[in-house]
Design a binder for this molecule. Structure first.
Ligand SMILES: Nc1ncnc2c1ncn2[C@@H]1O[C@H](COP(=O)(O)OP(=O)(O)OP(=O)(O)O)[C@@H](O)[C@H]1O
Length: 233
């Protein structure tokens, strides 16, 4: 990884599903550059390509054309094994509902990723759990936590390996408005204080003020957000 390179570059990225007459263009000529610590939201209607954007930026799906660079590394040059290593060591994922392992306590959710991969400069699970306001719940399992608490643990788990890029899919979908503000405020703080470039897909327009930039996705085209052009759903 090149520490001075942008955390993420999507250059003329397209993603076309299917073949023959049955094709769907999920991403059409997408350009995006994210610097370390930048917190970007992507809004847009259902089916507009937001999940496709996260899948391509997360090295889960190869684009049909164009290039994806993470920390200066062009994904096109990596085989499956190196892609897996890059995801494990340099990317973090946060999902709608935390996606925690049912049998593990909160602090063990954070220890688990540390048992894989590069070792070295990781964050301390107990300290990170305190930073996300969860040290008093360290010994609880997911079913003993509220939705907002599960999401805090999920965010901490994604950050414990010090990823350069965090990809977040609808983090407030299951939360009330106060918890939503807290969770997105937490993502913003982590992005800014720890230099984690963060892309957050959301339908929640009330949390956008936490973000450095807001982009809209409509029919696979990513552009600067103009509120009047973006349907809420
Ligand atoms: N594996 C696939 N095969 C065929 N078409 C697909 C596939 N995945 C997504 N699509 C299509 O690509 C387009 C973009 O889908 P995508 O899931 O990225 O949208 P989205 O904005 O994330 O939607 P939502 O907000 O409902 O999750 C849609 O038309 C969808 O039907």
């Amino acid at each position: 990884m090149n520490a001075t390179a942008p955390s993420l570059v999507l250059d003329s990225v397209t993603l076309v599903h299917g073949d023959g007459d049955e094709t769907v263009t999920a991403l059409g000529d997408v350009h995006l550059t994210l610097r370390p610590g930048e917190f970007v939201a992507v809004v847009g209607p259902s089916g507009s390509g937001k999940s496709s954007l996260l899948a391509v930026a997360g090295a889960l799906v190869a684009p049909t054309s164009g290039s994806v660079r993470i920390g200066g590394v062009d994904l096109a040059g990596l085989n499956a094994r190196r892609l897996t290593r890059l995801r494990r060591d340099h990317l973090g994922f946060v999902f709608q509902s935390g996606n925690l392992v049912p049998a593990l306590t909160a602090v063990d959710q954070l220890r688990l990723p540390l048992t894989f991969g590069k070792g070295g400069d990781r964050r301390d699970p107990a300290t990170l759990l305190a930073e996300v306001g969860m040290s008093h719940r360290a010994d609880r399992r997911p079913h003993q936590l509220s939705g907002g608490e599960r999401q805090r643990v999920g965010i901490a788990r994604a950050l414990v390996t010090r990823p350069g890029l965090l990809l977040v899919d609808e983090p407030t979908a299951a939360l009330d408005s106060q918890r939503s503000q807290e969770i997105v405020g937490l993502l913003a703080r982590e992005a800014h204080e720890h230099g984690v470039a963060t892309v957050m897909v959301t339908h929640d327009h009330d949390v956008l003020h936490h973000c450095d930039r807001v982009l809209s996705m409509i029919d696979g085209i990513l552009s600067e957000y103009a509120p009047q052009t973006v349907p809420i759903r």
